[in-house]
Design a protein around this ligand. Structure first.
Ligand SMILES: [Ca+2]
Length: 264
């Protein structure tokens, strides 16, 4: 090839590299009718895995036999977004028992952006890398809905109510989503009704109108409540190697309300 030919080929190659790879929308849903691995999820177990059962569209993960067991479900789809696209992750879960610091959990890692780890206690979500607690009414099913339009910030709703606005934390590794009994060193009993995740072409604007401001308001109140709670209760975590204070928050309709989570 002539010198001019090489130059043209090189420019063509650079041109190809410069063309952005568009993120294709995708959606992976598990609805509780069959095992997740029959719906395209990769099952990973340690310590023999949990006792599992399927009944009435709900999968029970019972890992109480050993704190060394884990049993979780993963997908390696790309979590990169093009402008206008939205990452959505939604699940319905009832946490019945937790022994140890936190278990089960949900996580999403977007390669080149960051990761969010949401670990459960019996009455709160702990966003591990952010060090933030998000309380919920214990012992019953809740619908969780997490969305992001940039894979740097995310919004979490619980039962369609603004619950938390957080950030993905910088991390290496390939894009992946995990859910289930994710912790060795803690055991849990949990019921999972569904888990759905994917990239949708447009922001679900109808759901987002007013949410950001409302989330900010709730969070300010919630953080004030947590500070109060932390000062008055001073409980310590049960887990290993975790030095953050365990914060127990009360909901407004409970008699033991100590800090006015949603009020001034
Ligand atoms: Ca476990």
């Amino acid at each position: 090839m002539t010198r001019a030919g090489w130059r043209l080929a090189l420019l063509a190659g650079v041109g190809l590299l410069a063309v952005p790879v568009r993120a294709e929308p995708w959606w992976l849903a598990w609805e509780g009718e069959t095992w997740p691995e029959d719906s395209g999820w990769l099952r990973t177990t340690y310590g023999g895995g949990d006792e599992r059962s399927l009944h009435d569209g709900v999968m029970t993960l019972d890992g109480r036999a050993s704190i060394d067991s884990s049993d979780f479900y993963r997908t390696y789809h790309s979590l990169s977004l093009d402008p206008g696209q939205t990452f959505v992750m939604e699940w319905r879960l009832r946490v019945l028992a937790v022994s140890g610091f936190a278990d089960p959990g949900v996580s999403a890692l977007s390669e080149g952006n960051g990761v969010v780890f949401l670990w459960y206690t019996e009455n709160s979500i702990y966003s591990m890398l952010e060090g933030e607690w998000v309380p919920f009414v214990p012992g019953v099913f809740h619908d969780y809905w997490l969305m992001s339009t940039d894979m740097r910030n995310y919004t979490l709703l619980i039962d369609s109510q603004p619950a938390y606005q957080g950030q993905f934390v910088s991390s290496g590794g390939p894009s992946e989503v995990d859910w289930g009994d994710v912790t060795q060193g803690a055991s849990s009993l949990s019921d999972w009704d569904y888990f759905r995740v994917g990239i949708v072409p447009e922001a679900p604007t109808g759901l987002l109108v007013g949410f950001v401001g409302l989330v900010g308001t709730v969070l300010r109140s919630r953080r004030e409540g947590m500070i109060c709670d932390r000062q008055t209760r001073g409980e310590q975590p049960k887990g290993r190697g975790v030095n953050r204070p365990r914060v127990t928050c009360s909901l407004p309709d409970q008699e033991d309300l100590t800090c006015g989570l949603f009020g001034p």
